[in-house]
Write a protein that binds this ligand. Structure first.
Ligand code: SDX
Length: 392
């Protein structure tokens, strides 16, 4: 028998676990990874350094970081037969759906299940996931474009590899712009973890059945795909483009977003936890100005985004509901300036969030968390007798 079950839709007031990884303060707009402020990490660390911090709990020494990077390089070759899976998809398949399938398929090519009690095996699974996920994430784009798949270049850095894997063509060398690499590195750091958000909770609950790491990450990719979550960064750009194509009348859009009958929402606005501002949005907004300025890109959608933010922040409806730009509001503007196609935006969110998912999955398993299995309040029929088909 159980005590009275209370329902908490969307788990708005339910804590699912204890965790030492990420701290959020929604009122003060504070975000810290293992106690370090996101502002410091975004400015002074690089993405693999922050990945190490999230997964292993401490900022790495130079030697530890070099070892981590080299251990990831051991596993950056993706099995050729994985191409048979990607070839099964139509060119029009959304990259997040392809990525989720390919991530789950990694289990088939790396059958050893992850025994968390064995430090060596767990470390190997972490490095394999960090190495292979980046490659298959870019394969989703190469497939859409009809380009040959690229391979990780073990002589280059992790984020530089992302740009080469995406854009290098057999017809000639790809010219790396260090400003783009630095901006992307910062964006990945800002996406790296965010306590028990929808996709991380998914990774934890799938892993709580002792499903393997790849299967759990694959589930997280699917949860992140939704437009209310990571998919918002793509939806924001589509919304800004629509406002632009309709003459740039942002006030009309803000009005639409308040219309209860209209399911349309101002994408990139609002947050379950942050009720004053999303500290990541503050950093990304500044980065957007810096990157577009540096690249000499004058994107009318950035101006529209800034107007939209201004109008919304002065609007009673939005103020009453503490609706502010979130991490997804400005990130797509930067991706666009870098030449990333809009349907790949959420894949970039997934690449950034990967170390967070891994860290949370590892903590859940090492803490011996029980299998996730909530209860319910039953509101269906009481018992009733079976009816033969000719009586129905
Ligand atoms: C991410 O959880 C995380 O940490 C997520 C994330 C991470 O790092 O993992 O931060 C990443 O997913 C950021 C959020 C990206 N999503 C979007 O930008 C989509 C638009 N935002 C909304 O769908 C919404 O704000 C959520 C999903 C972000 C939060 O939803 P909640 O907490 O369930 O809030 P709610 O839907 O109950 O809304 C509260 C009120 C409602 O009005 P009332 O019914 O009270 O009258 O605010 C309104 C909503 O209608 N509202 C909006 C709105 N967001 C909420 N109205 C217009 N536009 C919006 N964007």
């Amino acid at each position: 028998a159980t005590g009275a079950i209370t329902i908490d839709p969307g788990y708005k007031n339910t804590g699912s676990c204890k965790s030492e990884i990420t701290f959020l303060d929604g009122e003060e707009g504070i975000l810290r990874y293992r106690g370090y402020a996101i502002e410091d990490l975004a400015e002074k660390a690089d993405f693999l350094e922050v990945s190490y911090l999230l997964i292993f709990g401490e900022l790495p020494t130079a030697a530890q970081l070099e070892k981590f990077e080299n251990d990831i390089r051991k596993y950056t070759l993706v099995h050729e037969e994985m191409k048979n899976i990607i070839d099964g998809f139509p060119k029009t398949a959304h990259p997040m759906g392809v990525l989720s399938s390919l991530t789950s398929a990694l289990t088939a090519f790396n059958p050893k299940s992850v025994n968390v009690k064995n430090e060596k095996e767990l470390y190997e699974a972490v490095c394999k996931t960090m190495g292979k996920f980046l490659v298959i994430a870019t394969w989703t784009y190469r497939k859409r474009m009809g380009f040959p798949m690229n391979y990780y270049d073990n002589t280059k850095g992790y984020v530089e590899n992302f740009m080469r894997l995406m854009f290098e063509l057999p017809t000639g060398p790809y010219k790396i712009d260090k400003r783009v690499i630095d901006a992307l590195d910062k964006l990945f750091i800002l996406h790296a973890d965010h306590e028990q958000n929808c996709s991380t909770s998914t990774v934890r609950i799938v892993g709580s059945s002792h499903a393997g790491l790849f299967a759990s990450i694959s589930a997280g990719v699917s949860a992140l795909w939704g437009p209310l979550h990571g998919g918002a960064n793509q939806a924001v750009l589509e919304m800004l483009q629509e406002i632009h194509d309709n003459g740039g009348d942002v006030a009309k859009f803000v009005l639409k977003a308040k219309d209860k009958d209209d399911p349309f929402r101002l994408m990139g606005f609002g947050h379950r936890v942050y009720k004053n501002f999303d500290p990541r949005a503050t950093i990304i907004k500044k980065a957007a100005d810096d990157v577009l300025g540096a690249l000499g890109v004058d994107d009318p959608l950035l101006d529209i985004a800034k107007q939209l933010e201004k109008v919304a922040l002065e609007d009673e409806y939005f103020k009453a509901r503490n609706l502010y730009p979130n991490v997804d509001f400005y990130s797509g503007i930067i991706y666009r300036a870098m030449g990333i196609p809009v349907e790949m935006f959420t894949v970039l969110f997934a690449i950034g969030r990967l170390p967070g998912w891994i860290a949370q999955w590892k903590e859940m398993r090492l803490n011996g968390e029980p299998i996730g299995r909530p209860r319910q309040v039953y509101t269906g029929y009481t018992a009733r007798a079976f009816k033969e088909v000719n009586e129905r």
